[in-house]
Every structure is written in structure tokens, then in C-alpha cells.
Design a protein around this ligand. Structure first.
Ligand code: G3I
Length: 452
């Protein structure tokens, strides 16, 4: 008995030292995904469909990550190899893998000057513009309701050009090609967050400032943009103003995400820790994706920039990330619908109804004639949640057509939305979000939240 008590107290001391509290408050996550979820964020990896048969690879993926990005499979050359003929086999394999394990999917990338199919490389002018917008519409429609965030446009700004655009066949169709792509993506999948993604933008510099000015302009004119991706292909360390740069974008009213993280060099572990802490310190930094799983999976051959070695063992960098995720305070992502499309926040609060500390839910709507997208924010009460169910009354005549980051039972009347695997755990006072799309008019009643 005494021995048991002593060992229990050792566990308690160790846990508190690791920044956790026993007894029903926050617990340390033992995997990257679980630890990030405790902070209301995701931790993802870029993956390749061709590696899903590798059991070491898939074992790490399923254990550690709660978000995936297809490394190549959703790019233009992969999804539309000949004009108007779409090919989704490899991308679908990744989507199935993610869905069957409750992972989010970051779609990458609808338009990019690289990895264009050869038929598009040879096009220009309005023919290319039309083909590009059609591509955005077709692919975003095909995956509607399944994608957490799309990289709508990738790497459109130049290096060393004072913050100007990169020359490309797409740019030569007119400077408005980026906003045309974002508008088409919004129309095709109103529930996906729409991101602009780029590299060498990790500190405050001319290139990131060029993008900052574009995002500010888009927000002021109502061009639908929800997030900015910072690829973060780093050597040795992040720039000293990394967090400040994330924050200045967040202050424009967009989410920020670290989208392709890999770090080479001797101070790798501490650099990974610093990047993690920077994301946690910015409330609108909603998650981190590493660009591959094992060093041998990296596009940076021989640089060993990832969290697992070639055999799949955890590296010091892994431990640095996990420790950073498990320590420190809490800034809950505040992401939500971020575009000035008609948004009617419905300040409704439900619950608490069950569970030790209960939970509450609020809904905001993006509505149009005949339909809407609802974003629901679920906030834990005084105790952590291990699961939640939100009941929403759908106005008669309308129906839920798709949901993301939650599973719904039923589509009309009172619809119950239950957490999926990556967002059931919510720390006390923290929040998570899910969304759904519906026909008819949006819900106006008070949702109730049941904690478990
Ligand atoms: O699949 C073919 C294979 O059949 C063929 O034998 C082989 C011969 O070269 O090529 C294979 O395709 C390669 C593909 O990766 C899959 O491995 C392509 O040649 C190669 O170009 C491609 O590289 C990808 C690169 O984007 C293309 O620019 C990398 O995997 C991918 O990690 C990289 O990812 C980009 C992001 O999309 C955007 N940001 C930068 C990042 C790193 O470059």
C-alpha cells in the first residue's frame, strides 16, 4: 500500500513537472496529435500515397498525427493529367486513410507555377485562365466537405523582387488570377478554409510583406481568404521575428498555419521547439504540418530535417516538439469564418448539460440565398472534455448536406453532431470548432452541448 502510494506520488510529481496536472485537469499528450489537440491545434504530416503500404510509415502516421497533406497527389499534374479529365486515385487513397483515422486533410495545392500538367504549361491568356479556374472549381467541388484547408494558390510571390509577384504563365493571365482562384474555391467548397501558401516568408521581409499587403487588400475588398501558410523549410533556426511575423498576419483577421516544416542543421531540436512555441503563442496559429515523416521520406535528401530517423525512431527534435506542446500556457485558436462575406454571429449558448464541467456552443453563419455554412465553436467548461455532442435545430425545409470535424446523425430536425477522434479532447476552458453546410436557412435556435 505504502509502496503504491509512493509510486503514485512520484507519477504525480513527474506529471506536474512535465506541465500537466492529474485529477481530471489537463493531461500531457503522449503523441504529437494528442498534445496539439490539448492546445486546440492539429499536428500534421505531408504523406505520399505510394508509402501507405509501408507499415512502419503508416504506423507512425496513425499514431502521431491528426492531419495530413498529400505531398504531391492533389497537385494539378496529378489531378488533371489531360485537360478536363480528372484523376483522383492517389489523392483518394490519402483522403480515405485520413478519414478512417479521423484526421484533417489540408488540400495542397490548387494552383502553382510548378507541377502543372504539360498541357497547361503550354497555354496562356484567357485559355489558361479559364482552364485554371475550371481546375479549381472541379477539384474543390470533388472534395467539398472533406478538406479542412486548401492551399488555393502556392508560391506566387518572387524571391528578391521587393515583394512583387513571381513571373509565371498564371501571372501573365492578369494580376487578378489569385483572387479569381480564391473566389472559385469559395464557391466550390464554402466550408474549406482558403489559404495562400509560400516559402521564405517566415520572417518579416520584403516577400512576406508583399503577401501581407495582398492579404490586407483581399480582406478590405471581401476577397475570400481565411488563412496564410508559412512553409518553414528552415536551416538551423527560425528567424528571430518568426512569431512576430505570424502575429502580424493573424492581426489581419486570417488564421496562420505552419504548412511544410522541416529543419536541417545542428540546432535542429531547439529550432523545432522554438517553432512550436511560436505557433502556440499566436492564438490564430491553428496547426503545424511537417513535410514528411522519416528523414528518408524528405525531399531534402541527406539533410535529415524531420522528426523520425530513417528507421522510424523518434529523434531529439520529436521530443522537443512534444515537450513544447505539453508545456506552457494556453492560447486557443480563434479561427473561424474570416471573410467579410455576410456573417451573422448567433450568440447562442447551450449547456452545460452533462459531464463534470459541461460545455457550451456558439454558431456563426455564412448565409446565401438557399444555403449556408455554419461554424460551431465548442467550448469546454471548468473540466476537460473527452468527447462532446452538440444538438442543433435545423429549420424545417432545410437539411444538412455535409459536415467536417464532426459526424452528424440525421440531416433535418434536431441534428446531433458528435466529435471526431482528433477534437474530442478539449482542455478546460479551451475550444474547438466544427462546421456543416446546409440547404435552406441557417439555424437560429440555441444549440445545446453535452460533455462526456
Ligand atoms: O513519381 C515519380 C516517379 O514515378 C519517377 O520515377 C520519379 C523520377 O524523377 O519522379 C517521381 O515524381 C517526383 C515526385 O516528387 C514524387 O516523388 C517528381 O519527379 C518530383 O519533382 C516531385 O518532387 C516534389 C516537389 O514538391 C515538386 O516540386 C516533392 O516530392 C515535394 O516534396 C515538393 O513539395 C513542395 C511543395 O509542394 C511546395 N513547397 C515546396 C515543397 C518542397 O519542394
Amino acid at each position: 500500500m505504502r509502496r503504491t502510494l509512493m509510486s503514485l506520488s512520484v507519477v504525480a510529481v513527474a506529471a506536474v513537472a512535465a506541465g500537466t496536472v492529474l485529477g481530471g485537469v489537463a493531461q500531457a499528450g503522449t503523441t504529437l496529435g494528442a498534445a496539439a489537440a490539448e492546445k486546440g491545434r492539429y499536428y500534421g504530416a505531408a504523406i505520399a500515397a505510394g508509402k501507405l503500404g509501408d507499415s512502419v510509415y503508416t504506423g507512425i502516421l496513425n499514431r502521431e498525427f491528426n492531419s495530413v497533406t498529400p505531398e504531391n497527389e492533389m497537385k494539378w499534374d496529378a489531378t488533371e493529367p489531360s485537360q478536363g479529365r480528372f484523376s483522383y486515385g492517389n489523392a483518394d487513397r490519402i483522403v480515405s486513410q485520413a478519414q478512417s483515422h479521423g484526421m484533417r486533410i489540408r488540400g495542397h495545392a490548387l494552383l502553382w507555377h510548378q507541377q502543372q500538367p504539360s498541357w497547361a504549361q503550354g497555354m496562356s491568356g484567357s485559355a489558361l485562365r479559364n482552364a485554371a479556374i475550371n481546375h479549381v472549381t472541379q477539384v474543390a467541388t470533388y472534395y467539398r466537405g472533406k478538406i479542412y484547408a486548401w492551399d488555393v494558390v502556392n508560391e506566387a510571390f518572387a524571391d528578391g523582387n521587393g515583394g512583387g509577384r513571381r513571373d509565371s504563365n498564371l501571372q501573365r493571365t492578369g494580376n487578378d488570377w489569385i483572387e479569381a482562384a480564391f473566389r472559385a474555391a469559395r464557391a466550390a467548397d464554402p466550408g474549406a478554409k482558403l489559404c495562400y501558401n509560400d516559402y521564405n516568408t517566415d520572417g518579416i521581409n520584403a516577400k512576406s510583406t508583399g503577401i501581407y499587403n495582398m492579404v490586407r487588400d483581399f480582406k478590405s475588398r471581401g476577397v475570400p481568404i481565411d488563412c496564410v501558410g508559412f512553409q518553414s523549410h528552415l536551416t538551423n533556426s527560425a528567424p528571430s521575428d518568426y512569431q512576430a511575423n505570424l502575429q502580424r498576419f493573424a492581426d489581419l483577421g486570417v488564421d496562420v498555419q505552419i504548412t511544410e516544416l522541416d529543419i536541417s542543421g545542428g540546432s535542429q531540436a531547439s529550432a523545432y521547439g522554438a517553432v512550436t512555441r511560436a505557433c502556440l503563442a499566436v492564438s490564430r496559429c491553428t496547426g503545424i504540418t511537417v513535410w514528411g515523416i522519416r528523414d528518408s521520406d524528405s525531399w531534402r535528401t541527406g539533410q535529415n530535417p524531420l522528426l523520425f530517423d530513417n528507421s522510424g525512431n523518434k529523434k531529439a527534435a520529436y521530443t522537443a516538439v512534444l515537450d513544447a506542446l505539453n508545456s506552457g500556457g494556453m492560447t486557443v485558436p480563434t479561427g473561424g469564418p474570416t471573410t467579410p462575406v455576410p456573417t451573422t454571429p448567433v450568440p447562442t449558448t447551450g449547456g452545460p448539460t452533462q459531464g463534470p464541467g459541461g460545455c457550451s456552443a456558439t454558431v456563426s453563419l455564412n448565409s446565401w440565398s438557399g444555403g449556408y455554412v455554419a461554424t460551431v465553436r465548442v467550448t469546454a467548461g471548468s473540466a476537460p472534455l473527452t468527447g462532446w455532442t452538440v444538438n442543433v435545430a435545423i429549420p424545417s425545409g432545410g437539411a444538412v448536406t455535409s459536415a467536417w470535424s464532426a459526424t452528424n446523425s440525421g440531416t433535418s430536425g434536431t441534428v446531433a453532431f458528435r466529435n471526431v477522434s482528433y477534437n474530442g479532447t478539449v482542455a478546460a476552458g479551451a475550444a474547438t470548432e466544427f462546421g456543416f453546410q446546409g440547404t435552406g436557412s441557417g439555424p437560429t435556435g440555441t444549440p445545446t452541448c453535452a460533455a462526456s
